[in-house]
Ligand binder design. Structure first.
Ligand code: GYE
Length: 366
């Protein structure tokens, strides 16, 4: 792929995007149409020919991945490795940044030095990006952001991911409806947050808090478990000691934290889940998380879809064909529960169905 051509395409794409006046993520409607399949509709003006790789050139892609902290992350990495495989005509330069922002910035600069054709970034933190994205722009390398957002620069072609605030709002709206259905009058919630500074953490925290404030619930404490099982266990262990008998809801911002929290509650003799004293809420809904929803250990799990890579490939195809990719592409997501007592909830004025987890659903999940 010729660098100048890519640079030109990037400029055209960015200018067109600016002219189109795409809204910021904050302005994006929470119920923005979700991407259901790598959509032809992603391309505006592109002639949607074969994958860029079909032209015979190997496409080099640098991917600065967050790390390997969770089941979600494993699924995200696999999605990229499957799509951007050698067999599909790609040379994927993969860097696991091990949750270290400095390593991630270095990885991106390394990709610029290598003169890759495209850069994919899943930003560990939401800020501190403008300088390095300017360097990518100067080098004429299009950047595609996946999953977490970059909130202090718009020097990237497209972002493909989830609305994390909507996920947090959904957890809150579900809890409100569930508590009403069960006759639970008082909510005292402990939150185990994800990694500090990650947009996934910020959005889920804000969304849940908005409902808690509206409903007059108490958030007893809110600490980071770093999106890991060990982190979840550690925070929950200390919560069990500090707040014995003082909480009836635990919100873990991902499944792995929930697995750790379950271990810690078991150790402390606290019962949780549909037959327990503590309502356990989680996010991600990866296979293992859904298994715990089915067994009733986790009451509700709010999906975050990690399979962004096919949509990223569409963005690349659109660019290669001279089209303008959409600035924001939202993944399709579901809300999963154990008990069949509520069929739907309203989130941001939109009705969303609740799915009772079955073996078939687990088998189909990543
Ligand atoms: O929820 C968590 C992962 O950024 C949405 O990161 C992602 C989060 C996901 O480690 O499991």
């Amino acid at each position: 792929m010729k660098r100048k051509l890519i640079g030109l395409l990037l400029c055209v794409a960015m200018t067109a995007t600016l002219l189109a006046g795409c809204g910021s993520k904050e302005e994006a409607p929470a119920d923005a149409p979700a991407a259901e399949a790598p959509a032809e509709t992603l391309a505006e003006g592109g002639d949607d020919a074969d994958a860029p790789a079909a032209s015979g050139d190997v496409i080099t892609i640098g991917f600065a991945q967050v790390g390997h902290e969770s089941d979600w992350r494993t699924a995200s990495t696999k999605s990229c490795q499957d799509v951007f495989s050698e067999a599909n005509g790609y040379d994927l330069q993969f860097v696991d940044c091990d949750n270290d922002s400095a390593v991630q910035l270095e990885a991106v600069r390394g990709f610029i030095e290598q003169d890759v054709d495209y850069i994919i970034i899943d930003p560990i933190v939401a800020t501190g990006w403008d300088t390095v994205l300017t360097e990518c722009e100067d080098a004429g390398i299009p950047v595609i952001v996946i999953d977490r957002t970059i909130d202090d620069s718009d020097k990237y072609v497209s972002w493909v991911g989830s609305n994390f605030k909507t996920e947090g709002l959904a957890a809150g709206e579900w809890l409100k409806a569930y508590a009403e259905a069960k006759g639970i009058k008082e909510i005292n919630a402990l939150v185990i947050e994800g990694s500090t500074g990650a947009s996934a953490t910020i959005g889920r925290t804000e969304g849940f808090k908005e409902i808690a404030d509206r409903e007059g619930w108490t958030i007893v404490d809110s600490q980071s478990g770093d999106f890991t099982q060990d982190g979840g266990a550690e925070v929950m262990e200390s919560y069990c000691k500090s707040y014995e008998g003082k909480f009836n809801v635990v919100v873990c911002q991902n499944d792995n934290e929930a697995f750790g929290a379950m271990d810690a509650m078991k150790q402390a003799g606290v019962s949780y889940g549909v037959n327990g004293d503590v309502i356990l809420i989680s996010f991600d809904a990866c296979t293992a998380g859904l298994e715990f929803v089915k067994s009733g250990d986790i009451n509700a799990d709010f999906e975050c879809n990690p399979l962004a890579a096919p949509f990223v490939e569409e963005v690349i195809k659109t660019l290669a064909n001279g089209g303008t990719p959409e600035k924001e592409v939202y993944m399709e997501e579901h809300w999963f529960v154990n008990e069949d007592i509520l069929s739907s909830i309203e989130v941001n004025g939109e009705t969303q169905n609740l799915t009772v987890v079955t073996d078939d659903i687990i088998a189909a999940q990543y």
